[in-house]
Design a protein around this ligand. Structure first.
Ligand SMILES: [Mn+2]
Length: 320
């Protein structure tokens, strides 16, 4: 009988003693949820888990920081196996240089991802491309099913948070019947839905609301339904915002009835601009579009960092 991908990954995990984990930069709920959930799973079967990251946890996880005990390392250290979750391109990793060094030192690398295909599969020892999964966290859930593991509340909640955030609480187009089944089983295993909903969808802190005000003031909507706005570095200084904000802002603008595609430009340091795109209002494939510029994501939600100053981008006149 042919092995399925979850089974193959479980065998890889079994053959390793120390396992490293990494995800994509600007980590979202699914990135952290899938990575930290899987790290806890390997710990429960007696392995040592090392989280490689130079990022702090995003506020979605505030309600569970005490139980997670997030202690990543931003330095190289040897591990037997590195598992990367929710990433389709090496440059998108939080620490691509650590990834490369690990590979050079003979560490096995495995990727589990649900983004549109890229060439990452050619560069690693194991690649599970679950493009029919709505979140990487759901793939992690499939691994726990394969292992026939009973999860603790914290692990179940981490995985559920990943699913809820990537599917906008089981509402977007990528949501499958299997997503509902996974959520049902996670709830049965003790996952806490209410604090997740509260932290992801239950209102924004005041600085974020004020930022939305500024973004709405600047919003331009073209005749064909393309909505564009932007966030400056000064906005974040004025409002005391530390996190990258364009993804949340883009999700908010995506609710506009008149907009087919929304684009939020966020000024980062060193002349870099992050572009977050959403297209839940139509069938446009924004992952394909940003793919031409080295970005990635999903059909209706994608992003890219461009080496172009914000000012140059907002001066471009939309003619569509
Ligand atoms: Mn994801």
């Amino acid at each position: 009988m042919e092995k399925n991908s979850a089974q193959e990954l479980v065998e890889l995990i079994d053959s390793a003693q120390t396992i490293g984990f990494m995800t994509h930069s600007d980590g979202d709920g699914d990135a952290f949820g899938s990575m930290l959930g899987l790290a806890r799973i390997v710990e429960t079967i007696g392995k040592k888990a090392v989280i490689f990251s130079n990022e702090s946890l995003i506020h979605f996880f505030d309600f569970m920081t005490d139980e997670i005990k997030y202690q990543p390392t931003s330095e190289y250290q040897p591990v037997d196996l590195l598992i990367v979750t929710d990433v389709s391109q090496i440059p998108r990793l939080t620490m691509p240089e650590v990834f490369e060094k690990l590979q050079k030192e003979g560490c096995k690398t495995a990727v589990i991802d649900h983004h549109q295909a890229s060439d990452i599969g050619d560069k690693v020892d194991f690649y599970w491309h679950g493009n029919d999964y709505a979140s990487a966290a759901e793939m992690v859930f499939a691994i726990t099913q394969q292992m026939q593991l009973k999860l603790d509340r914290t692990t179940a909640t981490l995985i559920l948070l990943g699913i809820e955030s990537d599917t906008l609480s089981l509402q977007n187009e990528t949501t499958k019947p299997e997503s509902f089944l996974a959520v049902a089983e996670l709830l049965r295993q003790g996952a806490r839905l209410q604090p997740i909903i509260e932290s992801i969808f239950g209102g924004q802190p005041i600085p974020m609301v004020r930022l939305l005000g500024r973004v709405l003031d600047r919003l331009k909507l073209s005749k064909s339904g393309i909505g564009v706005s932007y966030i400056t570095l000064q906005d974040k200084v004025d409002l005391g915002l530390s996190e990258k904000a364009s993804s949340g802002v883009a999700n908010f603008l995506d609710q506009m009835k008149e907009a087919k595609v929304v684009m939020v430009l966020e000024e980062l340091s060193d002349g870099i601009t992050k572009v977050s795109m959403r297209s839940n209002g139509c069938s446009a494939d924004v992952a394909r579009l940003v793919g031409y510029f080295g970005g990635g994501g999903h059909k209706n939600a994608a992003g890219v960092k461009l080496p172009v100053p914000l000012q140059d981008l907002i001066n471009i006149k939309l003619v569509v």
